[in-house]
Design a protein around this ligand. Structure first.
Ligand code: EPU
Length: 418
């Protein structure tokens, strides 16, 4: 049995210098799934080299999709699909495998996909995805371990989501772009990944309007043609690097990002006392310490992203005063704080609210990454702490961050993978 990787961080160093951000995880996953819908090969550029993408590529290959990877780019040829049931063990490894249901339904009118895995934040139902598919006239059967969706002919429809869901909005959009007639998605999510997936589908000849607003209009088309498409940079990796720079009282320029996607975070960092400047696709984050406590409440886009709540709470652990962090999207997204108590953090979690009392400094300790962003939060805490922090379960971090140790080392961090 191979020994799992650990990250060992000797904290207390300022991060300085330049870092470049790769393609977005939560964009690449739907874009790669959406490529299934095409009737010709497509070229997708700027795909991150992360575990979730590797697993999705393996699943697609198992369905007969030919994929040639060349660095950050891939040519995806979905013209000889041989299956409609992706491997359950692989689907259970990550959340975004649910996109295969919408894509298969749109492409061949049927799919059987096991319930997705991914980070454990309490219950993560997919009832709104199912509601949307049923709205498009698909028959959906929900079994204990998997879901089957079938449609002789998908019909466009008006669909009202009962809550704002990123995955549900994209999944129904995937199926609807090959349905006959018009679909309107009401109460749609507005995250940048939704706009990017819609842009990709439109580059293949789909007719989607309004992505990025809460009403998306889709006119179904019969065919989708090949294209070349470059995935947008990762909003959450950008934010993680911004927070890491601030937390280490560093001075870091983050290149190749989209500053407009970072406004809620930049505003919070300014409130804390961190300097943030941007120009074109570069954000510079500078801090001299003296951070102030702030309150953070996660919201759907353009609000403060839940995926940055965990890294942000690391920064708040040493900010002067009491910070209240309220998680409105998921039930249990504070597991990182339990780990950080070992590092001297003073935090109290009551349901979806965490109260963090700033302490003068953190102390390195052995900790475990319970989920992807908890892992990122622990890395940041390790960079802030005096002494050694050993992080176990690094696979979780590798699901969504490409070579996080190399990138941080290039900025001056003392971090190694053992
Ligand atoms: N929800 C339902 N029913 C549904 C769908 C969602 O009740 O059918 C609930 C969820 O339980 C949650 C809320 O609605 O309470 C929002 O869930 P959403 O569907 O928006 O999230 P998701 O599609 O499961 C994606 C990202 C997450 C990110 C959230 C919110 C991917 C693969 N995952 O998850 O990313 O936190 O949107 O922005 O895109 C991460 O990257 O670390 C990550 C967890």
């Amino acid at each position: 049995m191979p020994v799992p990787d650990k990250l060992v961080i000797h904290g207390g160093r300022r991060l300085t210098g330049d870092v470049r951000i790769g393609g977005g995880k939560n964009t690449s996953l739907p874009v790669l799934s959406a490529a299934l819908l095409c009737d010709e090969p497509v070229r997708i550029e700027n795909l991150p080299d992360i575990n979730d993408i590797r697993v999705l590529i393996e699943i697609l290959r198992g369905l007969g999709v030919r994929i040639t990877r060349d660095g950050d780019d891939a040519v995806v040829d979905p013209t000889r699909l041989t299956g409609t049931s992706p491997r359950p063990d692989l689907c259970q490894k990550f959340r975004a495998s649910y996109y295969l249901l919408g894509a298969l339904l749109g492409k061949v009118g049927e799919g059987t996909v096991s319930y997705p895995g991914g980070c454990d934040f309490g219950a993560r139902p997919i009832d709104q995805h199912v509601k949307g598919f049923r709205g498009l006239s698909a028959e959906v059967e929900e079994h204990a371990d998997f879901v089957t969706a079938r449609a002789k002919a998908l019909q466009g429809a008006e669909i009202y989501f009962d809550l704002v869901t990123v995955g549900g909005t994209i999944n129904v959009m995937l199926a609807a772009c090959r349905a006959s007639g018009n679909t309107i998605l009401h109460n749609a999510a507005k995250e940048p990944h939704i706009v990017d997936t819609a842009n990709f589908l439109n580059s293949m000849g789909a007719h989607i309007r309004g992505a990025g607003t809460n009403m998306i209009r889709i006119r179904g088309v019969e065919r989708l043609h090949g294209c070349t498409y470059s995935v947008i940079p990762d909003q959450i990796q950008t934010g993680t690097m911004m927070i890491a720079a601030a937390a280490t009282q560093g001075d870091v320029c983050i290149h190749g990002c989209i500053p407009a996607h970072m406004e809620s975070l930049s505003a919070k960092l300014l409130e804390i006392g961190v300097r943030v400047d941007d120009q074109d696709d570069v954000i510079r984050v500078r801090s001299l310490g003296g951070h102030r406590a702030v309150n953070v409440k996660t919201q759907v886009y353009p609000g403060f992203p839940t995926d940055l709540q965990q890294p942000m709470s690391s920064l708040l652990t040493t900010a002067a005063g009491t910070s209240i962090v309220t998680e409105t999207i998921f039930d249990q997204r504070f597991k990182h704080l339990e780990q950080m108590i070992r590092m001297g953090v003073r935090a109290n979690v009551q349901g979806r609210v965490a109260t963090i009392e700033g302490v003068p400094g953190l102390i390195g300790a052995p900790v475990v990454a319970s989920d992807l962003r908890a892992g990122a939060a622990l890395v940041i805490a390790g960079l802030m702490a005096q002494g050694n922090t050993e992080i176990e379960n690094v696979d979780m971090i590798d699901r969504g961050y490409e070579r996080i140790d190399d990138r941080l080392r290039a900025l001056g961090a003392d971090i190694r993978r053992t």
